[in-house]
Design a binder for this molecule. Structure first.
Ligand code: SF4
Length: 363
């Protein structure tokens, strides 16, 4: 009996204490619920907006570009799987600093990762991409990207000197575009630039490749680097005769550590031209409808470049700073350090009709 008195007292005290708490909860409870609902709705709205921006084609940004919040999509990737080359162009901005090439299966693994991250176009480049295993390594990757990954566009940039007809016979059907570098239609100028190999004539070779592209239904493209030795040339006639789907015209670019500076393998300073000289070249060729000009600024930040280790190369500071390899950290993490400006990529017309099925070519 004596025990029941303190228990009853304690219960009374507790109920007196809980009463105000209950009234506090009854007034704050709905407020908490409203706050939670508001934050959930804000999150849902943000996701919806991001989705809308993606669908509207708004680009994401890489790190260091003002806090963009969409992950960058590697829509179009340039994979320089080798740095080795048989030419010695004086302004080369991807020089033979290593002889490393990934094992084929590792390269395929990386390409699959890129495809899963949104890649639509792959361009294989070098160095000279036909040098590795006499073009078989390149052919295997081209076939894999078209047949297994079903990429809308598979292309190659090459100096053209090592391509044989049997390569077209074996792999031509898997290739959308072949771009051949040609800076001059004067063989002497090509030799001065370093695009020469003994008795082989670069210009004659170009004609042969044009014919094969037509025969094996590969879209043909020409890339030219405008520099001190070809800046006064008039190429209208030859380009019109070759009739490429695109003629990409680049302004000679200095990249620290590649073609300029102490540890570089080239000294490109003597090849450099001014913006005015580049403009004058473009003006002289303004009637060539397939011409696509590429100034230094556009080149620096509107390309996604992967090196031989599958590291993105950031060219923003005038040199090539590598990210970690996508094979080690994944595409989303590595691409943050690529320096890639997706807006500039779209502005320079980086996304064009790049599948031969859509090009509707009169072969
Ligand atoms: S062909 Fe291309 S990769 Fe080879 S040396 Fe010339 S610019 Fe460099």
């Amino acid at each position: 009996m004596w025990m029941l008195v303190p228990i009853a007292f304690a219960l009374k005290l507790l109920s007196a204490f809980l009463q105000p708490l209950g009234s506090v909860w009854s007034s704050l409870g709905p407020l908490f619920l409203q706050l939670r609902a508001a934050s959930w709705l804000a999150g849902a709205e943000r996701s919806r907006q991001l989705q809308g921006r993606r669908e509207a084609g708004e680009p994401g940004r890489a790190e260091g570009e003002g806090g963009g919040d969409l992950p960058t999509t590697p829509t179009s990737v340039n994979y320089h799987f080798t740095r080795q080359c048989n030419y010695k162009c004086g302004f080369c901005f991807h020089t033979a600093k290593t002889s490393f090439v990934l094992p084929l299966e590792e390269a395929k693994r990386g390409l699959l990762m890129l495809k899963e991250a949104g890649m639509e176009k792959i361009n294989f480049s070098g160095g000279e991409p036909f040098l590795q295993d006499r073009g078989e390594y390149l052919g295997s990757l081209v076939k894999f990207c078209k047949q297994e990954l079903q990429l809308p566009s598979v292309s190659i940039v090459s100096n053209g000197s090592l391509i044989r007809e049997r390569w077209f016979q074996k792999y031509g059907e898997y290739l959308d575009i072949l771009a051949i570098s040609c800076d001059s239609f004067d063989e002497q100028v090509n030799v001065l630039i370093g695009r020469g190999q003994g008795k082989k004539n670069h210009v004659e070779n170009l004609q042969k490749l044009r014919t094969w592209c037509k025969e094996y239904r590969v879209a043909f493209k020409i890339n030219s680097v405008i520099n001190r030795f070809n800046v006064d040339e008039d190429m209208k006639e030859q380009i019109n005769a070759l009739n490429p789907v695109r003629w990409k015209v680049f302004q000679c670019l200095i990249i620290e550590g590649e073609n300029s500076g102490e540890d570089a393998l080239r000294e490109a300073e003597r090849f450099v031209i001014s913006d005015e000289e580049f403009e004058a070249f473009l003006d002289r060729h303004k009637d060539v409808s397939c011409l696509v000009p590429e100034s230094n600024q556009k080149m620096r930040d509107s390309y996604l470049i992967l090196d031989e280790y599958m590291r993105f190369l950031n060219c923003r500071n005038g040199r090539k700073d590598p990210s970690k390899s996508i094979l080690d950290v994944g595409v989303e993490e590595a691409i943050k350090f690529s320096g890639f400006d997706e807006k500039m990529f779209l502005k320079r017309g980086g996304k064009y009709v790049w599948s031969k099925a859509d090009l509707k070519l009169d072969w």
